[in-house]
Design a protein around this ligand. Structure first.
Ligand code: NAP
Ligand code: MG
Length: 475
């Protein structure tokens, strides 16, 4: 049992002022694996005060000192590799192989990348007659979701520390233990007291409290659009800056010269990876009409290479949804797809055979989906793919850009001119051609309702800074 009913405030673990707790469930077994405290507004106030008190000193540290701190954090993170893997598997139901290869290193990479980039970061710029100094923004409130328990927290924390901002973190109640392990990392790395504060609790109390807190200068949020709207409304009251990383409905544009098997496997891996619980997942495969039948055959022949099952099994590719609530949402969308008249290629409602315990869904692929169908427009956050055909590239680009989202886009194909044309035409924050590996130094974030602001690398650091122009500074 993971029993963590305290908050981390001003460099120490302290009791909550409330006595309510929240159970944490392993979605693969449906068993309770631990509990956390449901924090109160009083707990949050204490944490904000600690961050406020720590700000003057921390914001004046040199970038070399902060780079060294980030490297020590990365070192301590690496020492706890096995613990991170165990915790993420237990609280998220994340399959062991995916946890080792994706979840674990993503959190680590943000700290290493920030350490490297901050050393060369220009905190001071001189123009014709002005001197521009980038000051840390102040106290940042960080609110994170459950789908990448160390990635979503680490990108915000690494940027904040690099910039010299102090923070209060509220992680998701579904996956709080990875954040508790991060706290252990920060203590071991010597993060000064008050620079990092952790308050566990619900979104409606602690999350809402952060976005409306008069002593918080900036809210960095990752999660759903609905909550993003509430955060903006609260933040608007005192003109608090917000950064929002929200949902997506990203297209995979398959070109007519693509290898069909490669394209089909790319599409399946998008809905199967992290059980489709990825904001950048490619969930709409746009294929040329002439390729449609071969593409569907390739989906059918490769789907078994992405087995759904026990996260502890090395061969499992896809685990359960994070919670019963998410499972029900996914089931509702699959039913909506069936009701809309789309053709079910594989999967469907219900649990896969033999997986009655645990919040498992079937890998589900629909074809004959119309571009404006609900399942092709709304984020499902589960293993559901919509295949849509297009007659020419203009139509493909129109369909690709035809949602309220703009987080990511994917292009699969070979002709360099066509690939370039499509990649440059997509209205999204991150385009990936032929499964190229990620770049942690490059900005991450969304156009349109996928969000505001950017994370990762130097763009992420900028979010935690305020540029100050001084004209007429004596030389
Ligand atoms: P969510 O319900 O929006 O929750 C995200 C976080 O916000 C959680 O910590 C949650 O607390 C908190 N929260 C809930 N209500 C709040 C409120 N009124 N004020 C402030 N905070 C509040 O999202 P989720 O269910 O965890 O994650 C799934 C969604 O997040 C998907 O739509 C997905 O696309 C999006 N997402 C986007 C990205 C990205 O980078 N763009 C990454 C991951 C996920 P609780 O602990 O109480 O739930
Ligand atoms: Mg939730």
């Amino acid at each position: 049992m993971y029993q963590y009913t305290q908050h981390y405030i001003n460099g120490q673990w302290v009791d909550s002022t409330g006595d309510e707790t929240i159970d944490v469930i392993n979605p693969a077994t449906e068993e309770k694996i631990g509990e956390i405290s449901s924090g109160t507004k009083e707990d949050l106030d204490k944490a904000v005060q600690a961050a406020r008190d720590a700000f003057p000193d921390f914001s004046q540290t040199t970038k070399e000192e902060r780079a060294a701190l980030l490297d020590r954090i990365a070192d301590e993170y690496e020492k706890r590799k096995d613990k991170f893997i165990e915790v993420i598997m237990a609280e998220l139901g994340s399959p062991v192989t995916f946890t080792k290869e994706v979840q674990y290193p993503m959190g680590l990479n943000h700290f290493r990348t920030a350490a490297k980039l901050v050393r060369d970061f220009a905190f001071i710029e001189e123009r014709e007659n002005s001197f521009i100094q980038k000051d840390a923004i102040g106290v940042a409130g960080l609110i994170t979701p459950w789908n990448f328990p160390t990635n979503q927290t680490s990108t915000k924390l690494a940027s904040a520390f690099a910039a010299g901002s102090t923070v209060v973190l509220k992680p998701s109640t579904e996956t709080p233990f990875a954040a508790i392990l991060l706290t252990e990392v920060f203590e071991a790395a010597g993060v000064p007291k008050g620079v990092f504060n952790l308050v566990n609790g619900t979104g409606s109390t602690i999350g809402d409290g952060i976005s409306s807190h008069p002593d918080i200068d900036f809210v960095s949020f990752t999660g759903s659009g609905g909550v993003g709207t509430k955060i903006m409304e609260n933040a608007a009251q005192d003109i608090k800056k917000v950064s929002l990383e929200l949902g997506g409905k990203s297209p995979i544009v398959v070109l007519d010269d693509a290898d069909v098997d490669y394209a089909a496997k790319t599409a399946i891996s998008h809905i199967a990876g992290n059980t489709g619980q990825v904001c950048t997942a490619g969930t709409r495969a746009l294929v040329p009409k002439s390729m449609h039948d071969d593409f569907i055959e390739a989906i059918k022949s490769h789907i078994s290479e992405y087995p759904v099952g026990d996260p502890k099994d090395e061969s499992t590719f896809t685990g359960p949804q994070v919670s019963e609530e998410q499972w029900k949402t996914v089931q509702d969308y699959i039913q909506k797809g069936i009701d809309s008249g789309a053709t079910l290629v594989t999967g469907g409602t219900g649990k896969p055979e033999g997986l009655e315990t645990g919040y498992y869904s079937k890998l589900t692929v629909f074809t004959d989906v119309k571009a404006d169908d609900t399942i092709a427009q709304e984020e499902i956050f589960g293993p559901v793919l919509s295949v849509i055909t297009y007659k020419d590239l203009d139509e493909a680009i129109d369909i690709a850009n035809g949602t309220i989202y703009g987080l990511a886009g994917y292009v699969v194909g070979n002709n360099p001119d066509t690939v370039t044309h499509v990649a440059k035409s997509l209205r999204s924050g991150r385009i990936v051609v032929n499964n190229e590996k990620s770049d942690f130094t490059a900005p991450f974030g969304g156009f349109k309702q996928s969000g505001i602001g950017r994370e990762w690398g130097d763009y992420g650091i900028e979010e935690f800074l305020e540029p100050k122009t001084i004209v007429g500074l004596p030389k």
